[in-house]
Design a protein around this ligand. Sequence first.
Ligand code: VG1
Ligand code: CO
Length: 539
Amino acid sequence: MIKTIQTKPYTDQKMGTAGLRKKSKVVMQEHYIENFVQSIFNVIGDLKGKTYVLGGDGRFYNDIAIQKIIKMAAANGVSKLIIGQNGFLSTPASSNIILKNKLDGGFVLSASHNPGGENGDFGIKYANQSGGQCPSSTSDKIYQQTLTISEFKIDDAPDIDLSKLGTQTLGAMQIEVIDPVKDYVEMMERIFDFSALKKLFSNGFTMRFDAMNAVTGPYAQRIFEDILGAAKGSVVNAVPLPDFGGLHPDPNLIYAQELVDLMFSEKAPDFGAANDGDGDRNMILGKKFFVTPSDSLAILTDYFDLIPAYKNGIFGVAKSAATSTAVSRVAEAHNIGYYEVPTGWKYFVNLMDSNRITFCGEESFGTGSSHIREKDGIWAVLFWLSIIAATGKSVEEITRDHWKKYGRSYYMRFDFEGIDTNVADKLMADLENKLPSLNNQQFGTYQVKEAAPFVYHDPVDGSDTKNGLIVKFTDGSRIVYRLSGTGSSGATLRIYLEKYDTTKLNENPLAMLQNLLEIALNIAEVKSRTGKQHADVIT
Ligand code: VG1
Ligand code: CO
């Protein structure tokens, strides 16, 4: 029976860089999920004939939220839901289902790389028919709805059994429970040369893939171990757990510590990789060697013609403004289009849809291509393995060769977490006002060439987005400042540093960037304003 329930608005349901992200306890408040989902349905309007994909990364509250959404979808007139078995779907797998079946959109229940559990975070990403997350114009409308919502519709049926594959119904709505892995694997088989990869492993190549107790475990086991023949046990932390076993599923040098320790030990396998909570981020490691995500994007782009799906050519490439400029040099060498967008994968979608780009990436461990409209962790790993298989080189050799050919962008990100939001907002506002006065100023050996906010004009829909402040120096070095849009409490200031060099290729990144870091902290008065002497997380 369909019920209409009265509700009161929450004032904090604004989506950030990638969907809505909150503390689990916030989301567990009465009608919190219901208000948000009803607001999305209200903005979409007529749901008759519409089909959506639904799944999540298995974190705490995934099972409860998914049942609410199913019952609300039925009550609001959705025609069909395609749901990952037991409520599981990675973000890239979900995007694939939307595109492959030409669906109207979908919902991924995840706070991505944020920790999970009752004391962790929960989130919802809403994708439209593009297969990517909805643009800001839509999320603004949804936010407006959340501020005025007064009722929602829900079917009061018992919970749906999501363990059985196949089709069932709830009222007039069809529910199809699918294997969350199968379609994704088929897509990867179409993109890459699996027989070359099988040969790599049968020749004794060793790897460790850390799924961080999040959603990619089953995908990685099926692909790397079952199909490609990597040794059993190559995929670790492979069972998705509601609290990720206490891990913080953000694949970087700090949070993927177990993997990093192994890869920098004498027992290191040939290759190491990790993915984040919802499977869209990746970290690539060689024996005692770390590849920055910015370099990874540049290297993948340079080797595009090794991959069957791209061998006939790629359109162009895009990166977020904060990401290093390494890929711009590859784009120039291959004479392909090059774009810089604000942080957030949704800004790549129009560029992919209009055939302007094929590859894109962000410094935050995200790389992907137009095979879907989200970043894709396992895709990046398969791409790296394909380069290794084709060149016979190690991760380190591939990266060092790249630097020899193109020069090296020394690059690091410094995060100052848990800052009072008012302090952080004022820091950014004052810094923005100060930028014009920095032009041509000298800081030690660095001279400012241009200091301005980053403003992106979308060539497809004409929208303008301002995100971050950039100080560029005459030697090509850059400082980028922005506030994170994925946190669930306080503010995080991110400072991104880049210094390009064509001769010094083997230096310690921190040593190369030390002076720039001091300049960055001074310009923004970070220490005095935040009371922090050091960054909390350095990647
Ligand atoms: C962070 C990253 C950004 C990424 C976003 C979502 O955003 O910096 O590059 O797109 O997370 O990633 P922010 O606003 O905190 O800097 V995830 O893996 O949600 O899907
Ligand atoms: Co993610």
